[in-house]
Design a protein around this ligand. Sequence first.
Ligand SMILES: [Zn+2]
Ligand SMILES: [Zn+2]
Length: 461
Amino acid sequence: MPIVAYLISKGQNVDITDHNGYTPLMLSAHKVIGREPTHFLLKFNPSVNAVDIIEKNTALHWAILAGNVNAVDVLLEAGSSLDIKNVKGQRPLDLALQTKNRIIIHILHEEEKIRIRRTSVFLRFLEKNEFLLLFVSSLLLIWTVGYVASLNSDSWLLKGILLMFMLVTLSFFARLFIGFNTMKYFPVTFLISSIFWISWTCFISFLPNFPDITSQLPFFFGTVGLIYYFYKTVRTDPGFITSTEEEIKKNIINLGESGSLNFRTFCTTCLIKKPLRSMHCHACNSCVARYDQHCIWIGRCIGVGNHAYFILFLFFLILLNIWAIHGTIIYWSERCTTTYQKDGAWMSFTQIVSCSPWVLYVFMLVLFHTSWAALWLILQIYQIAFLGLTSHERTTLWKQSKYSKHPISLRKTPYNLGFFQNIADFFQCRCFGILKPNVIDWTKQYTLMLNLAKDRHIHPV
Ligand SMILES: [Zn+2]
Ligand SMILES: [Zn+2]
């Protein structure tokens, strides 16, 4: 692949054909099973619908003939036509039916459905607003469970049947109108919906139990901080590394001629030289500078640009949840007639359930979000302050140490500059001139600065 990149950068035509009219894309789709190098060639904008001279097959036809599922997938993503017929009058789907490859038949059927949907104005409108639909579905899902549990009936069987019915209806609606690509954002919408119902319950049920403004303040402070830092984490560029086509070609030629065009230094998807500490995220389809993780709760990458906002988002999420736990305990002590000391654990639990099932349900949501956020925040603080590493670097080093004969210390890396310096660098804070943060542009950092490294014998991760 690096050689292909080098040749194309030097001006070689990506659509050049052999004497049978086969383009490189047709050959890769037919001869090499897997996503690469077809996906790689598509980066150079080849003609996806070109046909060969003899069979009149497109690259998609050839991928189907070879049973190359991954190549079929990337070719469809690149917009390969489903209507071009070969010399025998076969469209790609006809060929798939002939080869009896069930996965490819399924993929082509699904793609055909998506393309038909795009021709309808109403369905196109729904597709554009799929995220909103998913968010509304999550709001309804969380509300439905709490509402059914709170119904004024002693029959849990009836409640169970009703809940099942409502969940099946919701999932049917979601499957009908929300595509698979949007469904991956379900954790994000689940988190936002949870925060909405938690804040709603705090506002309606808990806030009146707090008599003065000082005890109410953490709720408002937590909610505003949470919304602000969630927004900042999502909207701030995590450090996506972008290059123009000219820059990419120049880079490939330089790397090729210096003999360093290899997978350690070169990203075959973005076609760029990888900066130090960067990593390619397949979900975001981009290299991210000082990559930490692709966070399912945020729905995008955490990198150098939004890492500090992410930490503050976790902090405010925990703050709001701790206030909600405090509010729940006060609510129970004022509304429920029994106590743990007086009637024992089981009696007080049944009282809590019958007193307000909704509050118990929201309390469980609060506990769930508090547990993962607290664990995550502790781990993040430990990595940042004590190790000077990102989550990706820590797990990579940990895996390396498992297979290495010599123990690898997570503390002895070039990025660990001591507790205070690590904090100063991460948050870029001077603390009234006490600290001096290093200003490094991780989107353009390709070599380790030796004055930063404490132990110069250790290679960067
Ligand atoms: Zn990349
Ligand atoms: Zn990502």
